[in-house]
Each structure stands twice: as structure tokens, then as C-alpha cells.
Ligand binder design. Sequence first.
Ligand code: XMP
Length: 508
Amino acid sequence: MQEKIIILDFGSQTTQLIARRLRELDTFCEILPYNKFPVGDDSVIGVILAGSPYSVYDPEAFKVDLQQFVGKMPVLGICYGAQFISHTLGGRVEPADSREYGRANLTTIDTTCPLFKGFEPNSQVWMSHGDTITALPQGFHPIASTEKVKFAAYQADGQDIYGVQFHPEVAHSLQGTLLLKNFVVDICGGHQDWSPKNFVETTVQELRQQIGQDRVILGLSGGVDSSVAAVLLNRAIGHQLTCIFVDHGMLRKNEFQNVLHDYECLGLNVIGVDASEKFFADLDGVTEPEKKRKIIGRDFVEVFDAEAKKITDAKWLAQGTIYPDRIESLNITGKVIKSHHNVGGLPEEMNLQLCEPLKWLFKDEVRRVGRQLGMPEHLITRHPFPGPGLAVRILGAITREKVRILQEADDIFIQGLRNNNLYDQVWQAGAILLSEVRSVGVMGDERTYENPIALRAVTSSDAMTADWAHLPYEFLARVSNDIINKVRGVNRVCYDISSKPPATIEWE
Ligand code: XMP
């Protein structure tokens, strides 16, 4: 049984970061809504109550029944979590004189307390709260303070109940990871046994049990998530898995053939479907971005469904859904901030059960699992690419000729990034064809009147925000020259210097 820490989510934006830090400590953890603690689950070795946008006094503040775990396993409250425990067990929480926000130093630290083992004097922490604890519950004592905050951290006498009013999960808390490690390893007795090797072994066993002799279908996109999911399933159930890779005609240059070849080399049972005729026909004359996306989404489902129906005894639909796709952070109104996009649009009437073997992994963990499975590095480090492909990178109506022009320009840019060791330094890159704009140029003695290409390269850690990549001018100059000289139909190259927000990564 995989031991785990439960992180209860009270709506703070940093809750996911706690999970990230624990995973970096090779510790499995799950984020659950504050009211969904899994009572009776023996694999839970400790619980963390995370932060919240609320004050404990707000009538709408999220509350949890501490009796579910107090006295049964170690508990750590962080920020709101610490204030909630203190408030509920008889302490006093009040609005701080001034909002405590930003860097602070722990001026006193009880290093005999296991939570602070190894801490340096004056250790820097990150504060972010409007309320503060002004009196601890009876039987609790402080274990750290800052100049302004007397009860920066506390413990219940002789019990494994801890609270910290700062945020150990953020990088500005310089020894925050040590604090989390102390909690997980020394206090909860965790074994740090969450590794790609372990994950592969246990997941393969679980998949065999879950699926038995059934048949499974999986839609491959060429991206890292669906590819790793396929290879993992292939290891578990071999040719009971059928993969379907649809070519809508708007992939990168030679992408369909190359990726199909990679998949075959990996021993996958994969059907490549060239459905480009259908997509080009249905997109004919369509210029509106949302309409393009809808048509492609619908066509994709139709093509996938038709192929899947040929596998008459399939019982499961496997997907490369990963953890961030599923985490639903609560905002103040209880609305979902980010909803699952992978499932969107798949045919419900297919009547298949869902199998999502990567649903607990963060992106970098998916990559580590891919390496563990022996997948080639170029498949693992590949940039994200939008489902609708080059269709949303051609502004205006789509034709085969425009796709060809864009594929050539994009290929020069991407190969250039690879050849100059820049590919892995950017989150994602690509070219955009401004097919409704024409400008004048001169080539030799000839006047040209052709389309511009925009180049886009961004740095990011999750695609939620992004900055334009500060690529070297000399590199951009060479790519620009190459594109204009080699790609007929393009006489001008621009570089997109917008960040997200307010722009987005894709242009459509
Ligand atoms: P935006 O343009 O919203 O893109 O800043 C954020 C990330 O999502 C990718 N993207 C998509 N991925 N299907 C996908 O699978 C889509 O329809 C889609 N649209 C955008 C985009 O490439 C970037 O990584």
C-alpha cells in the first residue's frame, strides 16, 4: 500500500505548491477538498491543513472536523490551517495590526522541537496573512516567533499537532522544504518511497488488476502525456491496448510519420489515421478562431469514434490526464478556477470506462516516468502543442498551401532552436502565419507582396502565465533570413514580445 500525506484544500493558491514540495521529497500526497478527509484510509500517515483566502471569523469560512484525524496521526496547520486549529481548540485569532506580508525572520526557534530540527538561527520565512494568533489554546506552546509575530509556530504539548503561520512551501521560506521534510519523515515516519521506479511497478500491477483481459483504446497526440500513458499501459497489458493517432493534416512538418515511427519502435499497437481530407473540407473558408476549434474538436471525436468502434470489444478508454488537469482549487465563491480540459469533448455514448494512469503525476514526474520506461529523450522533452495544431496558428482561412508554408517556416525555427541548444530553454515555440496581411518587400530586383510570419517562443512553468523568451538577436536574425530566403510566400518575419497575461501563448 502506498503511504500518503493528505493535504486539505481551503482554497489557497499555494496549496498545489505544498504538494509539489512533498513530491520533491519523494513523498506521495493527495490534495483533497477540506471536507473530504478519507476517514478510515490506513495508508494516510499525516495531514496538512493548508491556507485559505478566508479569516476564521468569516461566516463562509471553510471548517473541518478535527476529530477525524487529531490524536490519530500527526497534523500540521499552515497559515489559515494553523489559525483554524488554534481557534477551534480554544485559542484566540485576531486581525493583525498591520497585514503581515513578505519576508520575516524567525528570531526565536525551538530547535529541540522535531519540526525545526536543523534550522539555522534567524531562518527566513514568508508571511502572508491578515489575521494573527494572539493566544494559544491551553496545553499549546510556541516553538518559533518573529519580531512581530509571537506565535509564528506552535505545538500542542506532547502531541503531534503543529501550526506555522508562515508558508514553508514557497521558495522565500529558505528552510521551508526542511520543515516539510521534518514533518513528513521524522514526525509522520514517512519512508520517501515515491519514485518513478516504484510508481511504474505499482501502477503496472494495478493496471493489470483493474483491466484484466479487457481491451483498451487510447488516443495518442504525439505529446508527452498521452505517449507516457500509452507506454505504461503497453508494459502492463501489451497488445490488449490499441492506440489511435489521428492526423488532421495540421501537425508540424513530417510530425505524423516521425511520431508514428517512434511509437512503432516503442512496440505500441498503434493505428495511424490520415483524416486530413475531412478536416480540410470542413474547415474550408472558416476564419473565426472559435469556429475552427469547434469544427476540429467535433471532427476529431467523429474520426476517433469511428476507429474505436472497429475495436468492438473495447471496455476502457485510457487518457493521459495528469494531476494539474484535475486539481480544482476553490476560490472565494466556491467556483472552480481551472477545470479538467482533457476529457472535454470525448464521446460519452462510447460507454467506456475511463482509465487515467497518470492522474496523480505532475508534468515533471510524467517526464521522469517516461525516462524510467526507457522512452527516447526527444519524445519526453517535446514542447506542448495545441490539439487543433497549426489551424490556430494560421490567422484566416486554412488551405493546404498555407499549412505547407507554415510547416516550412516552423521547421526552420524549431530546428534552429535545437541546433543552438535553445530548445530546452523555452517552454514552447512555433511560427504563426498572418495569412490575411500582406506587405511589400524586395527580393533581388523584384517587388514582393507576401505574408508575414510571426515567431513565438515563451518561457513558463505551467502555461498559466508566460513571458516571451529573450532569444539572442543573432539567432533571431539567422532564423529570419533563413525563413525569408527559403520559404516561398513569406517576405517578412516578426518576433512576438507579448507576455501572458495579457496576451495568450497561442494567437487564436
Ligand atoms: P494559451 O494560448 O491559452 O495556451 O495561452 C496555453 C497552453 O495550452 C495549449 N493549448 C492547447 N492545448 N488543446 C490543447 O491540447 C487546445 O485546444 C489548446 N489551446 C491551447 C497552448 O499550446 C499552450 O501550451
